[in-house]
Ligand binder design. Structure first.
Ligand SMILES: [Zn+2]
Length: 169
């Protein structure tokens, strides 16, 4: 089932998510829905908080579904290693219509449980490393906008507030 994606301003997006206790059928259904929702958007990653569930789960696929082996599911993920730095343009399904250059690690290794509760570790570089950091941020209640500074941040936040005021957000 495709779930509605919440936008910047929704409480759950701005608070840290909680650890998952066990990979119950409900959690597996949530994961399946998140994958479907991510592909439908389309996006390269989606965190549970974006569909209104405050749990530490994210899914990612930088091939947008073209390569079945490129789908990554992480429950209770943690970083093992992060190094390097990349500066690329970035957006978010919860901040539609906005992009900004965000500093991210150039390599990131994430460890966590898969859909069946088995531990796995994946190392991403370039776009996948960026995606991992972006989704991990979601689980801590941080959006890419929060990573910006000064005028760039003010500009985007002001535009979002205006859209909210006029009922277009
Ligand atoms: Zn996002």
């Amino acid at each position: 089932m495709i779930r509605p994606i919440l936008r910047h301003g929704a409480d759950v997006l701005h608070r840290p998510a909680l650890p998952v206790q066990a990979p119950t059928p409900d959690i597996q259904q949530l994961i399946d829905d998140m994958v479907q929702t991510m592909y439908a958007a389309p996006g390269v990653g989606l965190a549970a908080t974006q569909v209104g569930v405050p749990l530490r789960i994210f899914v990612a696929d930088i091939t947008l579904g073209r390569d079945p082996s490129a789908l990554h599911v992480f429950v209770n993920p943690t970083f093992v290693i992060r190094d390097g730095m990349q500066l690329e343009d970035e957006g978010c399904l919860s901040v539609p219509g906005f992009n900004a250059t965000v500093a991210r690690p150039s390599r990131a290794t994430v460890k966590g449980l898969d859909r069946n509760g088995a531990e796995h570790t994946v190392t991403g570089t370039e776009l996948l490393a960026r995606c991992f950091q972006h989704e991990m941020d979601h689980l801590d209640g941080t959006l890419f906008v929060d990573r910006l500074r000064g005028l760039q941040k003010d500009f985007i936040v002001r535009k979002i507030r205006k859209l909210e005021r006029t009922g277009k957000w």
